[in-house]
Write a protein that binds this ligand. Structure first.
Ligand code: NDP
Length: 345
């Protein structure tokens, strides 16, 4: 089979491409321009014509993916802005929503061979202030409300969350509307902060994507690193995309049923989701006697009550068969990558 991966040059997407290729799929990646594809061409050269690139200059343009979806069996739509520096919330929600609806519209019209569309949503589309574990029935409505109320004055993180909620909800609404016309269904992945080694085109820490830059900064900072959240391993997320393409899923359930919590029959999957603090990660890595300051961090600055709660990822294990890499292994592997690049000693 052949999988279309949008935004193929991204941190997560490059791992998705690697995972699909290793599983025997052919991959067509989309990039905004040819220069963004250069590293990928080199990196995946050994897969020969199993890997190809197409340029989609503007994912918000009508019909942007019309050519790209032809002859494709499954789609992994990862392209979406992830940064925390937008002034206008539409700088994020525009490409997030129009990119998602656009690829679905192209698949509806020209994707006769498409069977499954996997959408890289985020745990930030799920998280709510409610007590208890978060699961796939939760929606981050408060971020949407914050942006509706405050526009450009809303918090930068809320603006990003808003874009992911609107894009994901738009996808479910699209499927509700067009289910009888299309030969495909949708699986949505909701990973929190994704961490791990990088294989996309990065040569300095400054060029890291938003999530791994947070980790790099947390490990190299000289003040207590008590912040945190929930995390997922990037290779696990790549594998989740593969499993979401390959797994037979429960039959279609409308968005209204998701919202009403009817059954567990929802093709929405929290991936990873263990609570962490940055100090936890630094402590894990501080193997005496060689522990340096940057590795140790500030162990006394954190206690277990400060650790954010876990999300409930049992659905991903039961339905997709996900297995998870430990936080310890993830930290070791990521730091080894940074050491190899000469970014830390
Ligand atoms: P990256 O920034 O590494 O990659 C983002 C990809 O999306 C790039 O290919 C980028 O293209 C493309 N993109 C961004 N904005 C636009 C735009 N306006 N028009 C066209 N393409 C665009 O981010 P990640 O790999 O971290 O993120 C990939 C996906 O995973 C996103 O959907 C993100 O929301 C989601 N996600 C990420 C998490 C994380 O912690 N990293 C957590 C949960 C979800 P270009 O290089 O040309 O800008």
């Amino acid at each position: 089979g052949k999988v279309l991966v949008s935004g193929a040059n991204g941190f997560v997407a490059t791992w998705c491409v690697q995972t699909f290729l290793d599983a025997g799929f052919s991959v067509r990646g989309t990039v905004r321009n040819a220069i963004k594809g250069k590293h990928l061409k080199r990196f995946f050269a050994s897969y020969g014509d199993k890997f190809e690139l197409v340029v989609v200059p503007d994912i918000t343009a009508p019909g942007a993916f019309d050519e790209a979806v032809r002859g494709i069996d499954a789609i992994a739509h990862t392209a979406s802005p992830f940064h925390l520096a937008a002034d206008d919330p539409a700088d994020l929600s525009g490409p997030a929503v129009q990119g998602t609806i656009g690829i679905l519209e192209s698949a509806r019209t020209y994707g006769q061979t498409v069977k499954r569309i996997v959408i890289t949503s985020s745990a930030v589309a799920v998280t709510t202030p409610k007590n208890g574990p978060l699961d796939e029935y939760d929606w981050n409505n408060s971020a949407v409300q914050a942006v509706a109320d405050s526009g450009a004055n809303a918090g930068n993180f809320d603006k990003y969350c808003n874009s992911k909620v609107l894009a994901e909800r738009g996808a479910w609404e699209f499927l509700d509307k067009h289910k009888t016309e299309v030969g495909w269904d949708i699986a949505v992945l909701n990973p929190p902060l994704i961490l791990g080694p990088v294989i996309h085109d990065v040569s300095t820490p400054d060029e890291l994507n938003t999530s791994t830059k947070m980790m790099f900064n947390a490990f190299t900072t000289e003040s207590p690193t008590t912040g945190g959240g929930q995390w997922a391993n990037v290779k696990d997320v790549g594998r989740a995309h593969l499993l979401a393409v390959m797994t037979e899923l429960p039959s279609y359930v409308p968005l209204s049923a998701v919202n009403k919590k009817e059954g567990r029959n929802v093709n929405r999957f929290i991936i990873g989701g263990q609570g962490f603090t940055w100090q936890d990660m630094r402590t894990f890595d501080a193997a005496p006697p060689s522990a340096t300051q940057y590795k140790q961090g500030f162990p006394t600055s954190i206690n277990t009550t400060m650790r954010p709660r876990d999300m409930d990822n049992s659905r991903s294990q039961e339905v997709l068969g996900m297995e998870y890499t430990s936080i310890h292994e993830t930290v070791e592997e990521t730091l080894a990558d940074y050491e190899r690049r000469g970014w830390i000693k």
